[in-house]
Design a protein around this ligand. Sequence first.
Ligand SMILES: [Zn+2]
Length: 211
Amino acid sequence: MHPYPAGESITVVSPSSPLATGLAGAILPAMEGDLSTPRPGLICPFEKMRPSQLNRDDAFYMALAFNLAVDAWRIDEVPIGAIIERGGEIIAAAHNEVECANDPTAHAEMLAITQAAKKIGDWRLNECNLYVTKEPCPMCSGATIMSRLNRVVYAWGDPKMGCMGGAVELHSLPKLNHRVQVTSGVLEGPCREILQAYFNMKRGRDSTASA
Ligand SMILES: [Zn+2]
């Protein structure tokens, strides 16, 4: 099956859009459709979700994180998205930017944590909850603890690199002063499928290029 549906118009959201345009700019275009310039060869076969604003549960926030993962695909970044919520307000929104920033620390969670701390003017994120489409890696799991996040909700557990239950449980170290609550499996299906499809597409592209 061809991964690119014919005729789909694509758009690219600037990787810096959450910072450059503010959070409303980051989230609302993601839910309403897109505004920016098409880039050939980067059509994401996954539609963005349109969760009801009336029911702001874990699935609602994860749907917003999923939409950021779609944005990541459209600029050829590994499709992982993250948002941070506090008291019902979305205070940070980011997707993976490792390639475009040429920065191995530019994971969605790291960028969202930095945004959130700037937004509230405090590095302690005790009242904040992080939603991310894949289980945090060692670096990001550590950052969730160091930033004292209240809660981490992730979709797909990563048995190789996940450090919040998948491979190990960094947040369960016995002498930690801060305990992060962890919930897994929210919207797991689509968040796993978009990652798998992206890597399958990349493998196909790479094998074509080297043939
Ligand atoms: Zn990470």
